[in-house]
Design a protein. Structure first.
Length: 126
């Protein structure tokens, strides 16, 4: 039994979104310099804007994709709320281990870099 082409396309689009988001989250965590909180915007952090441009989405398609993103946003929020404490603990350990590898003058610069990144993240969270 075959799915209608439109439904198949939407499921493929959702799978690509979730895969891309997961990869981005993992890479960002490795770098330790990004805020990994799900974006609570109509275009999910620019994702809808990029898809609109790259796929030449019509207005109707853009609205449909936005509805998909909005429908799944509570799930992303829930996953983030559950995993954030573990993420914060891991990030703190990574930062501490990196800091231990640095000379005192490098530690001061590293602390400054981390402080700026944390301030930027807090600003975005507001």
């Amino acid at each position: 039994m075959m799915m209608p082409p439109r439904r198949s396309a939407l499921l493929l689009l959702l799978a690509a979104f979730l895969t891309g988001g997961g990869i981005g989250l993992l890479v960002g965590r490795q770098l330790g310099d990004q805020d990994h909180r799900p974006r609570r915007t109509a275009d999910a952090g620019g994702y809808l804007t990029r898809l609109t441009r790259q796929l030449d989405l019509s207005a109707e398609q853009r609205d449909s994709v936005r509805a998909v993103l909005d429908r799944y946003q509570p799930g992303f929020d829930s996953v983030w709320a559950e995993s954030r404490p573990r993420y914060e603990t891991l990030r703190t350990r990574v930062r501490s281990d990196i800091r231990a590898q640095l000379r005192p003058e490098q530690q001061a610069r590293y602390d400054s870099i981390i402080g700026r990144r944390d301030a930027e993240r807090r600003r975005r969270e507001r």
